[in-house]
Design a protein around this ligand. Sequence first.
Ligand code: NI
Length: 173
Amino acid sequence: MATRPILHYPDPRLRTKAVPVDVVDDSVRALIDDLFDTMYGAPGIGLAATQVNVHRRVLVVDVSENRDAPHAFVNPVIKDAEGEQERDEGCLSVPGFFETVKRAEQIRVSALDRNGQSFELRAEGLLAVCIQHECDHLDGKLFVDYLSNLKRQRIRNKLRKQAQSGRGTKARA
Ligand code: NI
């Protein structure tokens, strides 16, 4: 297992639409392991393969306090989405910024696990937010897309400046 560098907004590679995984093989399991390492190391509560510049539909989440509830999703599909919730969201690809985003309160997601077995999960609250946020990444979408143009522009300019001055690596990844 190894950590991988995380792309930072506005890197255009974050806009790539990830392709489905055909077979959950050792390369996919190695990717899942690296995603967990990178997510826990950051630290963060979710990470999509897109964020480490791998454009396959794989993501991991763990929203538990004790960091002991890992979930890996291959080819996740959100089947149902109900209700509404608003939470402050951050993103390892948008370090240092937290903004309120409106999402579904409850979702039902289907996916393959690390052994290629299909499963379904019902999630609500923070876990539901996190899965929706990570699924967006696989479609090249970021939480800043839900904000006003003005806010998004400010965030983009600040992160660009940080990257240019080399301070980007010090920001909370
Ligand atoms: Ni994110």
